[in-house]
Design a protein around this ligand. Structure first.
Ligand SMILES: Cc1cc2nc3c(=O)[nH]c(=O)nc-3n(C[C@H](O)[C@H](O)[C@H](O)COP(=O)(O)OP(=O)(O)OC[C@H]3O[C@@H](n4cnc5c(N)ncnc54)[C@H](O)[C@@H]3O)c2cc1C
Length: 373
């Protein structure tokens, strides 16, 4: 537990220091500075297994990452700033398939520099025709001697244009997908913007030549590898949601305590006090679901239901809390530059990426009904 307490404290410290520094920077510069600083503070090391240069820990074995640690760090970083949180977690999501696949070359040459924040990673699975339904990817990888040629377009790829390597899911047969690690110089990136700062875009593979040594895992193991990676990292999205929500709650308490209307602080009005009490109670429920899912994952047990519940409830709850926080701030809540206005935009995508809320309900319902039959 000491490890988690120390990590939380360090993440809170670095997050608070970085937030004013990256304000006003472009999103690429903000992300790069965040990765570098998080690396120097030893925080990105928690996103990589100890066996590949990551943090030594007693929380889990050396071949994997501790989800409790990912969650502790993300809750604190998201409390401070969405880009800092993104910078941390993409180091893990973007590189974990390499660790999981047991690729020794990349495990030795790339992962330690991801852990230290010197190199940046990305996870490229989504396509225009394959979002929730990842099995439908159309990007192809065909053999050419000892190499593979990859052709297709990935979209909504976080860190596109900033990353040094992309973990790409491609079709290697009619019913078969495989993952590859592709170097930045072998792709073309087209950027677009989303509603909150977030380096993101399309990754075009135009006959990208990839050596067989950059294949991740057995041929045909691609979808399993991608889904196992998502399963390990998804709970941390729920933790980030709790971080945004905690900040929205704290900002609301502070605002209601100081803002006066009708001759007294807004915190004296019972209706608004009830709002805050409900925000607090719902947030605690979400945090407990995150703790449960992260603990079950770290124990190595099946956490399908726990993860789905945590992702669904924490991200939806955070959406509700950030929305209430905007309301409690009145006009200031929608004024550009106010903290709750930023949180409202930053939180929104968490209900969509790494499995939408609807997909979490599908997963949970399947678990419930399959157990019955
Ligand atoms: C900010 C951001 C960052 C992202 N980063 C990455 C990244 O780094 N790498 C990457 O590969 N991808 C990334 N994504 C993509 C993300 O994972 C997908 O957007 C997500 O999986 C949903 O896919 P989609 O957008 O195609 O929506 P769709 O699958 O088209 O879904 C549209 C709507 O239909 C619902 N729906 C779909 N299928 C069903 C069903 N069977 N039953 C009920 N409802 C259903 C969905 O829940 C949703 O509400 C990112 C997305 C965002 C917004």
């Amino acid at each position: 537990m000491n490890e988690l307490t120390n990590l939380r404290a360090e993440a809170a410290r670095v997050g608070a220091e970085l937030s004013p520094l990256i304000e006003g920077l472009g999103e690429d510069e903000a992300l790069k500075l965040s990765v570098k600083s998080l690396g120097e503070a030893g925080i990105t090391a928690w996103a990589v297994p100890a066996a590949f240069g990551g943090a030594e820990t007693e929380l889990v074995g050396p071949e994997t990452v501790s989800v409790r640690a990912l969650c502790a760090a993300r809750e604190e970083l998201a409390y401070c700033n969405g880009v800092v949180d993104l910078a941390f977690i993409m180091q893990g999501l973007g590189s974990f398939t390499i660790a999981l696949s047991g690729n020794e070359t990349l495990g030795r040459d790339f992962l330690p520099s991801v852990a230290s924040g010197e190199k940046i990673a990305a996870f490229a699975v989504t396509e225009q025709g394959a979002g929730s339904s990842l099995g439908e990817v159309q990007t192809t990888a065909t053999r050419d001697g000892d190499d593979w040629l990859l052709t297709g377009v990935k979209t909504f790829i976080s860190n596109a244009g900033v990353a040094d390597r992309y973990s790409v899911l491609a079709r290697t047969g009619e019913d078969e997908t495989t993952m590859f690690s592709v170097a930045a110089e072998d792709v073309r990136v087209e950027r677009f913007e989303v509603m909150a700062p977030h380096p993101i875009g399309e990754v075009h593979l135009e006959g990208a030549r990839v050596p067989d040594a950059a294949r991740l895992g057995e041929e045909g193991s691609g979808l399993k590898l991608a889904l196992s990676t998502l399963q390990r990292f998804r709970t941390s999205v729920a933790a980030a949601a709790c971080g945004f929500a905690q900040r929205a709650l704290d900002e609301s308490v502070s605002h209601l305590s100081t803002r006066e209307q009708f001759g007294r602080p807004l915190s004296k009005f019972q209706g608004l006090r009830f709002d805050v009490a409900e925000m607090d109670a719902r947030l605690r429920a979400a945090q407990l679901l995150v703790e449960e899912a992260a603990s079950v994952l770290d124990e190595g047990d099946d956490a399908t239901s726990e993860v789905a519940r945590a992702k669904l409830i924490a991200t939806e709850t955070a959406g509700w809390i950030c929305d209430r926080a905007v309301q409690l701030h009145g006009g200031l809540g929608v004024k550009k530059g106010s903290v709750v206005e930023r949180l409202y935009r930053e939180e929104r995508a968490l209900r969509i990426y790494e499995g939408t809320s609807e997909i979490q309900k599908l997963i949970l319902a399947k678990e419930i009904f399959d157990q019955e039959s």
